[in-house]
Design a binder for this molecule. Structure first.
Ligand SMILES: Nc1ncnc2c1ncn2[C@@H]1O[C@H](COP(=O)(O)OP(=O)(O)OP(=O)(O)O)[C@@H](O)[C@H]1O
Length: 237
């Protein structure tokens, strides 16, 4: 579903943020991406979704190159950045309809998907309100619903649990598991190691732009907790 091969990114000014990264995410994978602040997670996620140019390496979504055919790739994915910017002058439902229009989602399908996820996140009664009146968590929930409205094959999430209350975080975990059980795939960054450990079937740890370890959660962790492993692998940071 997602193949990252020999990906490197050097920012203007010479900073090498990611160095020769190789990762493969299959259909059904719930894949956690872990690393210290500045390790290169957001840089990787932005390159995957086609909003950050790169010169070295190849990234393919469902067999299609994000550099050569970005539109086809973007039709199959959804991305939620760590701080989503929404159109504040629209109401929640206007925003969701706008996103559904962009992806050409049929009326009945969009209505049922919006209802399902808005009910789950207890946002239904606020959908008629202006986004500018939403709290940070409500905006985060709206961004999640918008990402799910076209049933993407691949969801890319940058620290999706930040700002969510415990109930909303629980709902999001359930939705993520459901998406993957139905054959979708999710690649997400997080600093919440307990969540990654419990939720993900695969994990990757990145440090200073280089992959430290990647694979099935049980193989990566062995008998220790993810926190112990993470501290051990990154202790020279
Ligand atoms: N636009 C930019 N220009 C120059 N350097 C950048 C730019 N964006 C990020 N960097 C640098 O690239 C490195 C990786 O940053 P990145 O945002 O990918 O880290 P991260 O793992 O997502 O961190 P965090 O957990 O804090 O979000 C950092 O050293 C950062 O300073």
């Amino acid at each position: 579903m997602l193949s990252i091969r020999h990906f490197s990114k050097v920012y203007k000014g010479g900073k090498k943020a990611v160095d020769d990264l190789n990762l493969h995410i299959d259909k059904g994978d719930l894949y956690g991406f872990i690393g210290h602040n500045g390790a290169g997670k957001t840089t990787t996620l932005k390159a995957v979704v086609g909003i950050l140019d790169f010169e070295e390496g190849e990234i393919e979504i469902d067999g299609t190159s994000i550099l050569k055919n970005p539109l086809e790739c973007k039709s199959k994915i959804a991305y939620i950045p760590d701080n989503p910017d929404l159109y504040e002058h629209l109401t929640g439902i206007q925003y969701l309809s706008f996103i559904a229009d962009i992806y050409g989602v049929a009326k009945e399908e969009r209505e049922s998907r919006i209802k399902k996820y808005a009910d789950q996140f207890e946002l239904t009664s606020s959908l008629g309100d202006l986004i500018s009146s939403y709290s940070h968590g409500m905006k985060q929930k709206l961004a999640i619903i918008a990402a799910l409205v076209h049933k993407p094959k691949l969801l890319i999430l940058d620290e999706p649990f930040v700002g969510l209350d415990p109930k909303a975080a629980h709902t999001l975990k359930q939705i993520m598991q459901e998406v993957c059980a139905e054959g979708g795939a999710i690649f997400f960054s997080t600093h919440v190691l307990e969540v990654a450990e419990k939720l993900c079937n695969k994990l990757a740890i990145i440090q200073k732009g280089r992959l430290v370890v990647a694979g099935k959660t049980e193989d990566v962790k062995g008998n220790q907790s993810l926190e112990d492993l993470f501290m051990e692998l990154t202790r020279h940071e």
